[in-house]
Design a protein around this ligand. Structure first.
Ligand code: NA7
Length: 540
């Protein structure tokens, strides 16, 4: 007899909503969270400058209109502490705490084929039996620290941004080395540069970044936002990115140079990456179209950074804008005009080792007191494969995904009955407003579980055929765009040895939602339901 209907792994945005949704459906549920607080990404990534790059109006739950009216965001782009306060408010408001167990890491999930239940093992030595597992493990939670020989000999302290000390750090008077110039590196660099005696930024790949134009939200804006939520959310659900973005509806290649400049300038001045990339229909499809916006951003970099050689090094050339996450910062490029900041090009002269006093590249030594790794994550699949998940016939998830992650609709894996992934590989996930995508996935999972239970089924599982068709579709759509043209974490390129598979679904949030709705309306097409006696219904 199971202890619980549902075990939820993780208590970030996804786990918190999963607890609320399962409970509202009358299911018994418990979430296990490794951290000493809830929040997931927003708990762990408490480094200086951590801020969401989706506007607060969008980056918030929409499942309860009363919640939207109660909570008031203070800034256009919320900083990490405010997002964390919001999530704690949600847990308080819906009294979720009794069903969330903190300081408990799930180490293994093992399917018992005869009892048709999951045994979930945790690092406190306990085990629980659950009928269903919901993996709310986060797309960007398994940290990646590059294997730098000699790091263990380094005398100073080193940090990964996603495990920042909760008591903070003091870099005053120190020489700090920062490795990594993705979204995180670009956010933390100006904060370190404001305190440290010297900041060395070790850059392997230059990144495109656009201004946030972050600011406080006025009282009048708050009133308008709250009044506009119903329409805004409806538009977001139908949109490509989970955020309503108004484009011109035209091809960049059909525009005059003057019209392009006007559009890009207006959007640059307004701030944010999505409005800029969404301005023309072909920016993520045609390299020639993409070059128009890439040239525009490179021009802004040259305008900002006084030293032309430095501006050149900071200007990305190797990949199209948006093929890697488009970074956002109001201060990053201007920071390089500060006399205490040095850019180190580790593309031409790679980091070879650390030594007690600092970092060695192929051509020079850099003496530093502290090292900061903003080197990213084993994204999307990493948090799942780090847990020993053993499905039907003793097959591990790690083994099943040896050639790359495969999931039907990004939500279920063939051979792993009664296990569901929230925003897993093959769903819009990281290429969308995560909160909206999380809500849609959790609701799909809740409805699928209640459907299976009301049909008297003991298990529900994605079929291999539906999975293969979906994975092929995810690939077809991705390879019709410019997304795969970069060595990015979207394809697993940042983790040595990780198979190259394009993981997010680029077909858009609205079309993806319609597909899921159609699957449900067709009696959960592509899933098999099995009754206790072993009778199987195949919906395909
Ligand atoms: P990212 O985007 O994966 O960025 C990691 C950065 O670290 C990137 O600049 C990498 O360079 C660099 N990196 C990784 N390994 C090395 C080594 N060995 N040497 C030098 N540089 C290295 O992670 P973030 O945390 O910034 O952002 C992840 C997401 O979180 C972001 O997209 C938002 O969605 C929020 P590379 O580009 O691989 O050459």
């Amino acid at each position: 007899m199971a202890d619980l209907d549902v075990v939820v792994v993780g208590a970030g945005f996804a786990g918190i909503y999963a607890v609320q949704a399962m409970r509202s459906a009358g299911l018994t549920v418990r979430a296990f969270e490794a951290g000493s607080g809830i929040g997931g990404t927003w708990f762990w990534n408490c480094y200086p400058g951590a801020r969401c790059d989706v506007e607060s109006t969008d980056y918030s739950y929409s499942f309860d209109p009363a919640l939207e009216q109660e909570w008031t965001w203070s800034e256009r782009y919320p900083a990490q502490p405010e997002v964390l306060r919001y999530l704690n408010y949600v847990a308080d408001r819906y009294q979720l705490w009794p069903d969330i167990q903190l300081n408990t890491r799930v180490t293994a999930c093992v399917w018992d084929a005869s009892r048709r239940e999951w045994t979930v093992l945790t690092d406190d030595g306990e085990s629980r039996i659950a009928r269903f597992c919901v993996m709310a493990t986060g797309c960007l939670s398994a940290q990646h620290v590059p294997a730098i020989p000699g790091l263990e000999t380094f005398r100073g302290e080193w940090f990964h941004t996603s495990r920042w000390p909760r008591e903070g750090t003091d870099f005053a008077g120190q020489r700090v080395g920062l490795i990594g110039t993705g979204s995180t590196g670009i956010q933390i660099a100006p904060e370190i540069a404001a305190d440290a005696e010297r900041l060395y930024v070790f850059q392997r790949t230059a990144n495109f970044a656009v201004p946030n134009r972050n600011r406080r939200i006025t009282a009048d804006e708050v009133t308008a936002i709250k009044a506009g939520y119903p329409v805004h959310r409806a538009m977001a659900r139908e949109s490509m990115l989970g955020v309503p973005v108004t484009g011109t509806g035209r091809s960049a290649l059909s525009e005059s140079p003057e019209a392009l400049r006007k559009t890009y300038t207006e959007r640059w001045e307004a701030g944010g990456g999505m409005p800029l990339l969404g301005s023309y229909t072909d920016l993520l499809i045609s390299r020639e179209a993409n070059d128009t916006v890439a040239d525009f951003i490179r021009e802004r970099i040259r305008e900002t950074v006084r030293d032309p050689g430095l501006a050149r090094l900071l200007s990305p050339r190797a990949y199209p804008v948006g093929a890697k996450r488009l970074c956002q910062s109001d201060d990053y490029f201007a920071m390089f005009n500060q006399p205490n900041v040095t850019l180190v090009d580790v593309r031409s002269s790679p980091v070879v080792s650390a030594y007690p006093g600092g970092v060695r590249t192929a051509t020079a030594d850099y003496e530093v007191d502290a090292l900061v790794f903003a080197t990213g994550f084993d994204a999307v699949s990493g948090a799942l494969t780090r847990i020993a998940v053993i499905g039907a016939n003793g097959v591990s998830l790690r083994g099943a995904w040896a050639a790359g992650p495969r999931a039907y609709l990004g939500v279920a894996v063939a051979g792993f009955p009664n296990m569901f992934l929230v925003t897993g590989p093959g769903s819009p996930s990281v290429l969308s407003n995560m909160v909206l995508s999380i809500e849609q996935h959790v609701e799909f999972i809740r409805d699928l579980i209640t459907h299976a239970l009301s049909a008297g089924a003991s298990s529900v599982e994605a079929t291999g055929r539906a999975t293969a068709d979906w994975v092929a579709h995810v690939n077809d759509v991705a390879y019709a765009t410019l997304f795969p043209c970069a060595e990015s974490w979207y394809v697993g390129a940042n983790i040595p040895g990780k198979p190259r598979v394009f993981t997010p679904y680029v077909g858009g949030v609205g079309p993806y939602r319609s597909r899921c709705d159609a699957v449900a309306a067709a009696g959960y097409e592509g899933f098999t339901l099995t009754t206790v006696g072993g009778l199987r219904w195949l919906f395909r």
